[in-house]
Every structure is written in structure tokens, then in C-alpha cells.
Design a protein around this ligand. Sequence first.
Ligand SMILES: NC(=O)C1=CN([C@@H]2O[C@H](COP(=O)(O)OP(=O)(O)OC[C@H]3O[C@@H](n4cnc5c(N)ncnc54)[C@H](O)[C@@H]3O)[C@@H](O)[C@H]2O)C=CC1
Ligand SMILES: O=C(O)[C@@H]1CCC=N1
Length: 272
Amino acid sequence: MQNSTARIAILGSGNIGVSLAKGLVKAGFYAPADIILTRRNSAALAPLAEAGYGTSADNLAAVREADIVVLAVLPQQLNKVLDGIREGLDADRQLLISVISGVSCQDIRTQTSADVRVVRAMPNTAIGIGQSMTCIASDQDREEDLTLVEKLFDTVGTTVRINEELMTSATALCACGVAFFLRAIRAASQGGTEIGFHAPDALRMAAQTAKGAADLLLQLASHPEQEIDKVTSPKGCTIAGLNEMEHHGFSSALIKGIKLSADKAGRLYKDE
Ligand SMILES: NC(=O)C1=CN([C@@H]2O[C@H](COP(=O)(O)OP(=O)(O)OC[C@H]3O[C@@H](n4cnc5c(N)ncnc54)[C@H](O)[C@@H]3O)[C@@H](O)[C@H]2O)C=CC1
Ligand SMILES: O=C(O)[C@@H]1CCC=N1
């Protein structure tokens, strides 16, 4: 299943840019040669160049060769990148996809030109293994562009279309969310070690347990409390542990952390 029509340039090949590239290749959607990766220090991309990807430090040249341009630099690096590529953008031919938190489609047009086509996508790092939850939004009602972005990100996980105003919330829940759940798994494994398991075993057991819990919800379309009720035997050890966690603010900590992350995501570009 190879997409032979559109060449893609990923400007800013750090954690998420490289994960996206690898995910698209792993899904068979692109060959490495159809992806141009840029980074200021392109020597850092040498292993990817060896694997067949196009690599460069020249954003403008990459844009001129591409039909799809993915913006994957940090919010505070974006304006410089847009200043450098503005003259290479061609709205008739190209679609810009921004994965940058806190930057609106309008912000990008303000820095480039009013006719630029922009769709935002908020993936997470599980994109590298085809398991991303990617939220997609645009303030332009171009069904063709949205469908193309969905198709691209559906190959590396699951997508959902949302209103652009909810993109900062999506960042907190889904993109930052990977770190939140990983910390929860790490903490569970540390608990496991305290009660007798070697650390690597405890981590594997905690991770598989978390995966099973998530799949109960996804595969059965079930609600967490419905599944929790099945685990908590009366006077049992689960409800004892769960209530102790709640006394220490387990749910509250997650809710407050997600709210703070969403607030921060909304200010990343403006406060740069
Ligand atoms: N890390 C994550 O899980 C997610 C990140 N994002 C967004 O993706 C963007 C990138 O985040 P990360 O990958 O974590 O950051 P990163 O710092 O790992 O990657 C940014 C890359 O851009 C490169 N870069 C900087 N200036 C450049 C320029 N002028 N030309 C070309 N390359 C340049 C840097 O060398 C670096 O490799 C951010 O805007 C972030 O909000 C979105 C979803 C998830
Ligand atoms: O921490 C950050 O700002 C980025 C955005 C979402 C995930 N990482």
C-alpha cells in the first residue's frame, strides 16, 4: 500500500518528526526515499540517510520538492522556519500539516500567506509503532485536505476529527497523555518491586496489565467503572488498594495535571 503521488517533507526531525516518518514507512504508506527530513544539524540524521530517507538542513529546498509539508519544530522555532520557506509555498500544489502545539491554522497563515492550506494534527509518540491517537482539525472547510490527513494518520494509529478550539485539550489528553500513562505504569512497577518482583519483570507485568485494561475499554466499548466493578470483590484487596490511592488524590492528580497541561499548551506559542 504505497502512496506514490505525494512527496512529503518533515521540517524538524526530532522526536515526533522522526516517529512520524518511521511510522509511515513501517505502515508501508511511504518508502523512505519519498520522505525528506530536515533538521538544523542534518549530520544528526545520518542513520536515517543511510536507511534511505532524504535528509537536509535546507527547509526551503525540501519544501520545493514536496507536496505535503509537515511542520514539526517546537512552537518557539516556528516563525523562523516559516520565514525561511514562505517563498517556496504553493497553495495549489501543497498542503501544510502542523503537529505543533498551541499554533493555530490562522497563526500559520498570518506568518506565510492567506491562501495557504493548513490542517493541524496532534499525534503522540506511539505513532512510531502505529498506535497513535491523532486528533485532526482545520479552520478551513476543505474536505479533501482533511480526508488526506486522516488517511495519512490512520496508517499510524487512530484518528478523530475535532474543532480547532479543542486542539490544546487534545494535546494534553492524547499527546502529553502518553507520558502520564507511562509514569503510572512506572509507579505500578515500582510498587511491584516493593512487593517482590525483580524490576524488569515488574515493568513487563505492569505494562501488559495496563494494555489489557485499555483493551477492555476499546474492544468491549465498556466504561472504566463497569470494568472496575468486576475486579473489586466485596471486602477484597482491590477496593482496599483503590480507595487508598484515591485518599492520596490519584484521580485528582491526573485531572489537575491534564488541566494544567492544556492551559500550558495553549500558551506555548504566545509566551515563546
Ligand atoms: N513529542 C511529542 O510527543 C509531541 C510533540 N508535538 C509537537 O511536535 C513539535 C516537535 O516536538 P518534539 O519532536 O518533541 O521536539 P524536538 O525538539 O525533539 O524536535 C524538534 C526538531 O526540530 C529541529 N529544528 C529546530 N529548528 C529547526 C529548523 N529551523 N529547521 C529544521 N529543523 C529544526 C530540531 O533540531 C529538532 O530536531 C512540537 O511543536 C510539539 O508541540 C506534538 C505531538 C506530540
Ligand atoms: O511537551 C510538549 O510540549 C509536547 C507537546 C505534546 C507532547 N509534547
